[in-house]
Design a protein around this ligand. Structure first.
Ligand code: SAH
Length: 251
């Protein structure tokens, strides 16, 4: 079978943060499929067919990609960041599990990328230097009650936390509720990092204590990192502070 499918991560935005492996896959592709802002990041060349679609169309996009690969095309599906983190790789496997038997014969590779959480953490220091967890705050694909439960238990377990999809126009209240839960469990000085459009020309990073964090500080281009009780801030003259979580846990 000459067709193949590669599910790749384009990283957080900066073209220097795309891996050579992903660039190589794109250079060999006949078809690139993805959400239109991500397709816009792919360099065009005459023989390359670009298929962009809307954000919510993940499963249709996955089926389209699998069908094109089965027909012998060299297909790259693009996600931002890493394709395995709240992105297209899982959508493709969901389609394969329920789809026709011949989709299982397609050569498929997942090529990792730098996920938003890691790019954001690196910009401020090392807030994820000790145990941490990641929660997608969107209730599009799971009930809000589960999000609240995970949030509360993760805060009680004193993990540092990274929140993907903290807020959007269609979900204006979720992040406000999340902040209420955090304020009830975590200490007041817990550093909260709002990292917007990390590594792009619109990057904006804001570090505030939990009590000063407001719902308006996050939108759909923001990743939010909340420190644990051990997360520390190192102030520096005329430079932005470092935020880090030590590797050890003081008793
Ligand atoms: N697969 C992606 C995540 C997709 S979910 C990854 O690995 O990064 C989309 C969410 O990711 C956004 O709502 C935001 O929370 C986060 N995100 C993606 N790119 C970002 C960036 N450059 N800066 C800050 N957050 C980003």
């Amino acid at each position: 079978m000459k067709g193949w499918l590669k599910i790749v991560g384009l990283g957080p935005g900066d073209e220097n943060l795309v891996t050579p492996q992903v660039l190589d896959a794109l250079s060999k592709a006949s078809d690139v499929i993805g959400y239109y802002p991500y397709i816009a990041r792919v360099a065009e060349y005459p023989s390359l067919r670009l298929h962009s679609s809307d954000n919510r169309a993940e499963l249709d996009r996955a089926k389209h990609a699998l069908q094109l690969a089965l027909e012998g095309n060299k297909v790259v599906v693009v996600s931002s960041g890493d394709p395995g983190v709240f992105a297209m790789a899982a959508a493709i496997f969901e389609a394969i599990e329920k789809g026709p038997e011949n989709w299982r014969k397609i050569e498929i590779n997942v090529l990792p990328g730098i996920t938003a959480m890691l790019a954001a953490a690196a910009r401020v220091g090392a807030p994820l230097g000790h145990d941490f967890c990641t929660i997608n705050l969107s209730d599009n694909l799971k009930p809000w009650e589960i999000i609240e439960k995970r949030l509360r238990l993760a805060a009680e377990a004193d993990f540092a936390m990274a929140f993907y999809n903290p807020s959007s126009k269609s979900r204006p209240k979720g992040f406000e509720k999340a902040l209420r839960i955090l304020n009830a469990v975590c200490k007041e000085t817990t550093p909260v990092i709002f990292a917007r459009a990390v590594s792009s020309s619109q990057e904006n990073i804001n570090v505030v204590p939990l009590t000063q964090a407001t719902p308006q500080m996050a939108d759909m281009r923001t990743i939010v990192i909340v420190g644990s009780s051990q997360t520390r801030i190192i102030q520096r003259p005329d430079r932005s502070p470092f935020v880090y979580t030590p590797r050890f846990l003081s008793p």
